[in-house]
Design a protein around this ligand. Structure first.
Ligand SMILES: [Fe+2]
Length: 215
């Protein structure tokens, strides 16, 4: 029995985005959790899935719903985490690494903002395991553009449901308010966890081979 529970977030710590906007957004997130539980609790009974095909079938519907809702849950949790809880001044190892790779903080914010303005779903700063470098990924849907074995550091929701109530069509204003709320403790924690994971992986694979973060 799968029984995933929605996480809670300190929306009162967010400035410049209304409680009503955040509460309505949270309802959507809870819906993804509910649907994911329904999907995961659907028993596999072979006779119920005898029509499987890639155009229209029960299994196809189940699998498309699974990736959409699972990515929807994960992305919203990462997004709400990195915009709540304070610590709003950029600092720490993740900031240093960002400035090294993107030339400056302002250049990074400009790039990230333009990705957010260009996509219909998400802008995601990740570190990819293929090169241990930052990449800013854009996606139009929760499960379109998602990269496997890429570690998310900063997530921005740019679906209209994330900002339309407060900002109408002014997405740029929403993104600038979001950036003011970024919790840099969360970003540094994710960054450190990635380095720890890669050090552990390298230690297992290569003995004491030292891990280097390339930027
Ligand atoms: Fe959303």
């Amino acid at each position: 029995m799968y029984n995933l529970k929605p996480e809670t977030f300190d929306f009162r710590s967010v400035k410049g985005i209304s409680q009503r906007q955040l509460d309505e957004h949270y309802k959507l997130y809870k819906g993804y959790v509910d649907n994911l539980n329904k999907i995961w609790n659907t028993p596999y009974i072979p006779n119920n899935f005898s029509d499987s095909n890639p155009t229209y079938s029960k299994m196809r519907s189940l699998k498309l719903g699974e990736t959409y809702s699972l990515d929807g849950v994960k992305l919203h949790e990462l997004y709400f985490q990195n915009m709540t809880g304070g610590s709003k001044n950029p600092y720490g190892p993740v900031l240093n690494a960002i400035m090294d790779q993107f030339s400056s903080y302002d250049n990074f914010i400009s790039y990230f903002t333009n990705v957010g303005l260009s996509m219909r779903g998400w802008a995601v700063l990740t570190i990819d395991s293929i090169d241990n470098k930052f990449h800013i990924i854009g996606s139009d849907l929760h499960d379109k553009g998602a990269i496997w074995l890429s570690y998310p550091i900063l997530i921005l929701d740019v679906y209209e449901h994330a900002y339309f109530m407060d900002f109408g069509t002014d997405r740029k204003k929403y993104i600038s308010e979001f950036i003011k709320n970024i919790n840099w403790n969360v970003l540094n924690s994710r960054f450190q966890k990635y380095i720890y994971l890669m050090q552990s992986k390298n230690a297992r694979q290569y003995g004491q081979y030292p891990f280097r973060f390339f930027y």
